[in-house]
Design a protein around this ligand. Structure first.
Ligand code: ADP
Ligand code: MG
Length: 448
């Protein structure tokens, strides 16, 4: 079974490459094998709608990944939590045959410093992370790393963790996502023996040598959790324990983050990780191909690097798709044809299903803006930004004439539309924040 656990991790890793991060997080957040025999693998999904979605949209990908790792064509049976109970009841699956997660090194062994490609976009953060790994609690405390999705924040946190554990097995290191920290805290509050549970919660976090909290931006609006985190932070900090935090934005932009936390974060080193330049993207693709034993022609690598210019996770996903396509065609080495095919297909796919309506809805959702306002006349910044980005995306993706876009936006003149489009086009080139916003929305559009 332990063997299955390792293989399962590989399967999941492959799946993550082939599914957009957004869809993955929504549908695959709990996706675990329950039982494996010679004919089938039984997998638990976290809800019946997740099961339906996976069956409808992703089952081929799951099949492929299972086949690639286990080398067998197994029947895949998906169960929702209720069906799992029934299944166990009917089949009298013995407890021990159910796969259990064991306590183990919490760090992904692939996320090391050695596997991290250093370029202009990340050299400072890399250096800071190494320093912290070599002298925990002594320099840069806390270390606060921020940057857009898929740029290597989690990788660096794990790299520090792997490095630390290698140098000293006895160090008490904890890596949690902000969500885990929050859940842990909320659970302790809800416990019938609340006082004891709160003590346990505090004890657990405050005995640490190193605490890492990934994606801290989710703490915004969670007042209770912020309060608790503040105390945890202070205790660890005063005891010279290392704290490492990642976020998708700098502390000052995390809405409703308490001032005292902002100033705590500012007492250490805050640094951003930017989108990799072309050279770095190529280097990352080369490294990844080596690691995975993918044979890919340079021309194809360059093509992928040129076409995918921000998110490294997406870059890796494209690489494995290209290689996979070549394998399907019985080729040993993937070339430019496969690379082109992957990108052609993708652009078509987004375009076919999209309408201006859907784009505007997604953008409004993303910004939490009202659609009526975005289509209307308001000029406040929180409305103008989603409006201009909607216009840009409609023009960029759907290629609609400016006049038609003007009509959608309450009969605006085509020169006004052109102005918005051009402004965002410029910003997309020069402003990392806009780039991230647009890429994230595109990612959301892709996942439907
Ligand atoms: P984030 O946490 O910032 O969203 P991740 O750390 O999860 O991003 O990185 C996404 C993927 O990109 C991971 O597979 C990671 O290994 C890879 N990656 C990111 N940066 C680099 C890099 N500089 N060199 C090699 N791989 C990288
Ligand atoms: Mg991350």
């Amino acid at each position: 079974m332990q063997d299955l656990e390792l293989k399962w991790e590989k399967i999941i890793e492959k799946l993550r490459m082939r599914i957009s991060t957004f869809s993955y997080d929504v549908w695959f957040k709990q996706f675990e094998p329950i039982e494996l025999d010679n004919e089938k693998i039984i997998i638990l999904t976290h809800s019946s709608s997740a099961k339906t979605q996976i069956l409808r949209n992703y089952i081929d990908k799951v099949n492929d990944c299972v086949f690639e790792v286990l080398g067998e064509n197994l029947e895949i049976v998906l169960l929702d939590p209720k069906e799992k109970e029934e299944y166990i009841e009917q089949h009298k699956v013995k407890e021990e045959t159910i796969v259990k997660k064991e306590e183990k090194n919490p760090f992904n062994e692939k996320y090391t410093f050695d596997n991290f490609v250093v370029g202009k976009s990340n050299q400072f953060v890399y250096a800071a992370a190494r320093t912290v790994a070599e002298h925990p609690g002594q320099r840069y405390n806390p270390l606060f790393i921020y940057g857009g999705v898929g740029l290597g924040k989690t990788h660096l946190l794990h790299a520090i963790g792997n490095f630390l554990l290698e140098s000293n097995k006895d160090l008490k290191i904890m890596y949690v996502t902000c969500e885990q920290f929050m859940n842990d805290y909320v659970e302790s509050l809800a416990s019938p023996t609340k006082n004891k549970a709160t003590m346990e919660f505090r004890g657990k976090y405050r005995k640490l040598d190193v605490l890492m909290v990934d994606d801290i931006q989710f703490i915004s609006n969670k007042t209770g959790t912020q309060e608790e985190f503040f105390h945890t932070f202070n205790d660890l900090y005063q005891a010279h324990k290392q704290i490492i935090i990642s976020s998708d934005k700098p502390p000052k932009e995390i809405e409703t983050l308490e001032e005292r936390l902002k100033s705590r974060f500012a007492s250490g080193l805050i640094h951003d990780i930017q989108s990799p330049d072309l050279e770095t993207r190529i280097a990352i693709l080369r490294k990844k191909s080596q690691q995975e034993n993918y044979m890919i022609e340079d021309e194809a690598i360059n093509f992928i690097a040129e076409k995918t210019d921000t998110n490294i996770r997406e870059l890796e996903g494209k690489l494995s798709q290209v290689y996979f396509l070549a394998t399907l065609a019985g080729k040993k080495t993937a070339g430019i044809e496969e690379a082109k095919e992957i990108f052609d297909g993708q652009e078509e796919q987004i375009k076919d299903e999209l309408t201006p309506e859907i784009i505007i809805d997604k953008v409004c959702n993303y910004f939490g803006a009202s659609k009526a306002d975005v289509l209307g006349k308001k000029k406040s910044k929180d409305i103008v930004e989603p409006r201009m980005i909607s216009i840009y995306l409609i023009s960029d993706i759907l290629d609609l004439p400016l006049k038609s876009i003007g009509k959608i936006f309450g009969g605006r003149d085509h020169t006004t539309i052109m102005h918005s489009r051009n402004k965002i086009t410029e910003e997309y080139k020069n402003n990392k924040k806009t780039q991230n916003i647009i890429n994230e929305i595109k990612e959301l559009l892709k996942s439907g």
